[in-house]
Design a protein around this ligand. Structure first.
Ligand SMILES: Cc1cc2nc3c(=O)[nH]c(=O)nc-3n(C[C@H](O)[C@H](O)[C@H](O)COP(=O)(O)OP(=O)(O)OC[C@H]3O[C@@H](n4cnc5c(N)ncnc54)[C@H](O)[C@@H]3O)c2cc1C
Length: 308
């Protein structure tokens, strides 16, 4: 219900201009976003690295409306990767990429997104790091996985993302659980119709656990993206039962969400990667974080009326 309302709000240009134009919004956005510039983001990433955490950087932007914007986004990713290389961070930091940002939704977007994705993956391979393709709403799932399969022919280390809330995901997980395959399993952040997605927390959690089991028992590299204590504990048990080495899977969490748990798992010897978004186009990401948790929305509304 909250997610449906927030998604409708997110699509409204009027709401967008109100939210982004309101001065106090910025202080709440800072809770979820690591800055507007790459320099600001890298300060946060270094702090995480100093605390023993890995990172994946997302350059925010999903409203790409023309070819030039798609190319500029790809250029910015290449620059980001070169910067990571120059600063000696590529053994700890990779990048996350939304195919919509590099042109997937434009006319002839498939070829454009593929060319841009290959360019970014080549830069990552040259720099000694990896790229993971974020997953967006269900209308893009097949095309994103299809494009990923093509990219993996040249760059097999490219990471996939699957969303447990989709009814199709158990099948997708079986297809992706292959030798060396890096797969991020998350619950899913977009509002989806019941025809394609589970709607109750119980169904989503059941699907998450089933997919987690397939990944942990398989020969790939599971990336367990959740803040949910029950899912984390199931992942730890499965890793134990399947006798996985600690470097054969990782936990992933979002920037500034449950940071104590990120550090706790890391101190126990597990690999923990933090998803670090930066950039000026933070609106879509921010609205999804509000939609995930009523407390975030109340925090935001309180800030708007000046009682923070
Ligand atoms: C590394 C990473 C990458 C992701 N990539 C994608 C992607 O490509 N596509 C996609 O659709 N989704 C993605 N997501 C988002 C994901 O699908 C969920 O929407 C989000 O992680 C919340 O689900 P949860 O598993 O944490 O469980 P939930 O049951 O939603 O939350 C469990 C607990 O985590 C904490 N928590 C969860 N969300 C928040 C929040 N916003 N603010 C504060 N606390 C919170 C709360 O304590 C909550 O009780 C990603 C998530 C992570 C961690």
């Amino acid at each position: 219900m909250l997610r449906a309302t927030m998604t409708a709000m997110a699509d409204s240009n009027l709401i967008k201009s109100m939210v982004t134009g309101f001065p106090l919004t910025r202080s709440v956005v800072d809770r979820f976003v690591a800055g507007e510039t790459l320099d600001e983001c890298l300060v946060r990433v270094r702090e995480l690295a100093d605390a023993g955490l890995l990172a994946t950087i997302d350059r925010l932007g999903e409203d790409t409306t023309n070819r030039q914007q798609a190319e500029e986004t790809a250029d910015a990713y290449v620059e980001l990767i070169e910067r990571l290389h120059a600063e000696g961070l590529t053994d700890r930091v990779e990048v996350s990429l939304k195919l919509s940002a590099i042109g997937q939704f434009l006319p002839e977007g498939r070829e454009l997104a593929l060319a841009n994705a290959l360019r970014i993956c080549q830069a990552a391979a040259d720099a000694g790091t990896t790229v993971t393709f974020d997953m967006e709403d269900h209308t893009t799932t097949s095309s994103t996985l299809g494009l990923l399969a093509e990219v993996r022919e040249r760059f097999p280390q490219t990471g996939a993302v699957i969303q447990a809330y989709l009814r199709r995901t158990r099948d997708d997980t079986r297809d992706l659980a292959t030798e060396g395959s890096r797969v991020r399993l998350c619950k899913g952040a977009y509002e989806q119709p019941a025809s394609v997605a589970y709607k109750t927390a119980e169904e989503i959690d059941r699907s998450y656990v089933d997919c987690l089991r397939i990944l942990m028992e398989g020969p790939g590299y599971p990336m367990v993206a959740t803040h949910d204590p029950a899912m984390i504990s199931t992942a730890l048990s499965l890793a134990n039962v399947t006798r996985r080495a600690v470097d054969s899977y990782e936990f992933q969490m979002l920037f500034n969400i449950r940071p104590d748990e990120q550090r706790r798992l890391s101190e126990l010897g597990h690999q923990v990667r933090v998803y670090v978004p930066y950039g000026t186009d933070w609106y879509g990401y921010f609205m999804r974080r509000l939609a995930e948790r009523p407390a975030n929305l109340f925090f935001f509304l309180r800030a708007l009326v000046g009682r923070r």
